[in-house]
Design a protein. Structure first.
Length: 214
């Protein structure tokens, strides 16, 4: 009896010492969830009221593309998905823009508004035969915009944030102390030290809305 108790106690101690597996995985995002998070793009005609209607998409299209990216890049942790949706919603003015308009940097774009060096790297990963040495070393604005065009379809544009996390900043992906579920400080850390851009109240507001809806 004492031996059985000791074995049971040891087993309990070991199980408590192990990190608990995260069970809050997400396999898809629904239109209904995005409609709650980003109500500005819920209506089918919401893009007609924007300054860039040809670039804008509704939540229905965004949800499909984001779900495809979740599967393609195997990003399933809720904290990471909330962060990536929030990042893209902010950078694209809630799905309004697909390229940089202010100040209008050549080659900058996707829903994550990747700078051109990352757009080129992303395009190379998707279309390795298209990026020649001459293109890779170009200073031509026209060529930069042509490369950007390769990744502006819905799936690749929304997939850009997922690619960036898993390929450029893997130190933030599937880590027990990074982009944790419901942790806004982790999102701020990713913005400042992963994406390497500035934090402001607008980013916090969008994260709070997305976090509450999904």
């Amino acid at each position: 009896m004492k031996l059985a108790f000791a074995v049971g106690l040891l087993s309990l101690t070991l199980s408590l010492a192990r990190p608990c597996p995260q069970t809050n995985g997400i396999s898809e995002i629904t239109t209904e969830q995005l409609n709650k998070a980003i109500p500005e793009r819920a209506a089918s005609d919401s893009c007609a009221k924007t300054t860039a209607p040809s670039e804008c998409v509704t939540n229905e299209k965004a949800a499909t593309a984001i779900s495809n990216a979740i599967k393609k890049y195997d990003v399933t942790q809720r904290g990471e998905i909330i962060a990536l949706i929030s990042l893209m919603a902010y950078e694209s003015a809630k799905w309004e823009y697909n390229i940089n308009h202010y100040p209008g940097r050549p080659g900058q774009g996707t829903r994550a508004m990747l700078m051109y060096n990352y757009v080129q790297e992303y395009a190379s990963s998707l279309f390795p035969g298209h990026i020649t040495t001459d293109i890779a070393n170009t200073s031509s604005d026209k060529i930069k915009n042509t490369v950007r065009q390769l990744v502006l379809d819905d799936n690749n544009s929304f997939g850009s944030a997922f690619w960036y996390l898993t390929s450029v900043k893997p130190e933030f992906h599937n880590k027990s102390d990074k982009l944790r579920d419901g942790n806004m400080d982790d999102f701020k850390d990713y913005i400042e030290n992963g994406v390497q851009t500035t934090w402001d109240d607008g980013r916090q507001s969008i994260w709070e809305s997305v976090n509450a809806a999904i």
